[in-house]
Design a protein around this ligand. Structure first.
Ligand SMILES: [Zn+2]
Length: 256
């Protein structure tokens, strides 16, 4: 493993209460939209892949750049990405799959079954899903590039997926190890640090018990001083991490 980077796609300012199923006040939260790049011995792996501008406009997200433009800041083209692990299938994590024509795409079976199944007739269950992304996933399956995971898995040496559910049925954490240090990318198993600290999930939710167990697991991991847990949307990560020096506006920060 030679590096782990967080690349910004956009941001939004929201009240804390909108990030918590219960409680919180109107204190503003810097809510970031990102994806992650793992530069490892065998190639270039993404964790999630961001989304395109049309989706940002629908969701009132301040859009900064496309995932391809973000990767270009590091001199990387979409065709060079050979794998994408999706923490879950929501639009802001799986919204640019066609931009990566050579990537094997890793998704949990539980998420795929749920988001392509009969419950999608209920708008509350389908919240966060973009039909175009599901079409892209089916095309990737047709190309033979879809890897459907049935539980925890090692994606490449040093990169592990761990299913926790909660936010969606198959939401997974992705742990990246470098030497004795580990970064745990929470995806939306935790949107912001307050979800973990308070043990209160974001209101877009599949299972309260699975969320609570996930937060407990993340608090336990973070007790190890060589482990850092990164919530999927917490703007503090971008603010507090080391920026890649020749990239403007802290758009790419180094996590490991
Ligand atoms: Zn998200």
């Amino acid at each position: 493993m030679t590096g782990l980077y967080q690349l910004a796609v956009g941001s939004k300012t929201v009240p804390l209460s909108s990030c918590l199923l219960r409680g919180g006040d109107d204190q503003p939260v810097d809510f970031g939209y990102s994806f992650w790049l793992v530069d490892h011995a065998g190639g270039l792996l993404l964790v999630d892949c961001g989304f395109r501008e049309a989706a940002a406009a629908r969701k009132s997200i301040r859009y900064e750049r496309t995932p391809l433009e973000a990767l270009a800041l590091l001199g990387i083209g979409g065709a060079e990405i050979d794998g994408i692990v999706l923490t879950h299938l929501h639009f802001d994590h799986a919204g640019a799959l066609p931009d990566f024509p050579n990537a094997r795409v890793y998704v949990q079976a539980r998420d795929l079954e749920y988001f392509t199944g009969p419950l999608m007739r209920f708008p509350l269950c389908a919240s966060g899903i973009d039909a175009d992304d599901m079409t892209a996933v089916e095309r990737i399956r047709g190309d033979g590039r879809l890897e459907v995971l049935a539980g925890d898995a090692e994606i490449v040496p040093g990169v592990r997926a761990q299913v926790v559910g909660g936010h969606t049925p198959g939401s997974q954490l992705v742990s990246v190890r470098r030497g004795d240090r580990r970064v745990v990318l929470a995806g939306d198993a935790a949107h912001i640090q307050a979800n973990i600290t308070l043990g209160v999930p974001y209101p877009v939710l599949h299972s309260v018990p699975d969320s609570c167990l996930g937060f407990e697991a993340m608090r336990e991991m973070a007790r190890d001083d060589r482990t850092v847990v990164i919530p999927g949307h917490d703007g503090a990560v971008r603010r507090d991490s080391t920026p890649v020096s020749d990239v403007p506006g802290r758009s790419v920060v180094e996590l490991l």
